[in-house]
Design a binder for this molecule. Structure first.
Ligand code: SIN
Length: 295
């Protein structure tokens, strides 16, 4: 990657044109919308609501299916874009098949989505370390590109799930996906989302994501990719200090536009200069040296 600030899965991620625009706006790499074996319409509207403190969505994993999407990945690679393919499935073999086809199309890495909080079969994988290990191992046997595992915060002990993924061969952990949440319309007296529950993203979840990255960094040796509520270079710095080797930005694209990528990379550069560092690696995990939580 040309810089460590990626677009996260789910935002502008379904066509090569929008993903290329994000790359041209300065992202170090782009992660696609999660792609499955078959086309999927997703849930009925309403699927997204802006709550002010964050955004709640339950899209239902809409996507054109892998056979159609390989064309988008091929087009991105022709344009020289660094692309990570997000993959979901309902069985280990399905993850492996979709990951394999997207890697063959040129994806630079795959990110396994075990963490959608409102498509239960997918979210449930991420809540079970044994299933995480099984799917990760199956995918690792069938692709030669790096495999990232994206975890859900909707568990008691995210570090143990990360450890299971690492032991199964994951090359990096992405943390976190959205936080399971809901909203109720007081006039209609019913849940706002058609799926009732959804995933909360944006500023409200930043402290949760930061805590997850901090815990995972202490549990695993592989790189951690931090995501969740990052809307400024200051937020990004916090994630690197907590142990992230790279970060992803999603909801901030909706809140602040595509200029967010250059705002963050330029802010990071100035911060590193001010601290006398020449590489981002010099600050990764640095907050751990100065802390010990009471036992
Ligand atoms: C969705 O498409 O419903 C969101 C996917 C996710 O949160 O993983």
């Amino acid at each position: 990657m040309r810089n460590p600030v990626m677009l996260s899965a789910g935002v502008l991620g379904i066509s090569h044109r929008t993903l290329r625009r994000v790359y041209e706006a300065g992202a170090g790499a782009v992660v696609t919308k999660s792609i499955g074996a078959e086309p999927r319409k997703g849930f009925k509207n309403p699927t997204l609501v802006d709550l002010g403190v964050g955004v709640l969505n339950a899209m239902g994993l809409p996507n054109p299916g892998v056979k159609e999407f390989v064309k988008e990945v091929e087009a991105l690679k022709r344009d020289g874009v660094c692309v990570i393919a997000s993959v979901y499935g309902f069985r280990a073999e399905e993850y492996a098949q979709v990951a394999g086809e997207l890697c063959d199309a040129g994806a630079d890495a795959v990110e396994l989505n075990y963490s959608c909080p409102h498509v239960s079969q997918v979210g449930l994988i991420g809540q079970n370390p044994q299933l995480v290990a099984e799917v990760t191992e199956t995918v690792k046997h069938s692709v030669s590109k790096p495999v990232y595992v994206k975890l859900t915060p909707n568990v008691t002990d995210i570090a143990s799930v990360a450890k299971a993924a690492e032991e199964a061969g994951a090359d990096a952990i992405t943390a976190i996906n959205t936080v399971r949440a809901m909203a109720i319309d007081i006039e209609f007296q019913r849940p706002v989302l058609s799926a009732v529950y959804g995933g909360l993203s944006g500023p409200a979840i930043k402290p949760i994501a930061l805590r997850a990255v901090y815990e995972i960094y202490e549990a695993v040796e592989i790189p951690v990719i931090g995501v969740g509520g990052i809307t400024s270079w200051r937020d990004a710095v916090e994630f690197f200090l907590a142990g992230a080797s790279a970060i992803q930005v999603g909801t901030a694209v909706y809140l602040k536009g595509l200029s967010i990528f250059r705002q963050i990379t330029q802010g990071l550069k100035r911060y590193l200069e001010r601290k006398g560092c020449s590489t981002i690696e010099e600050i990764v995990g640095k907050a751990h040296k100065h802390s010990s939580s009471p036992k």
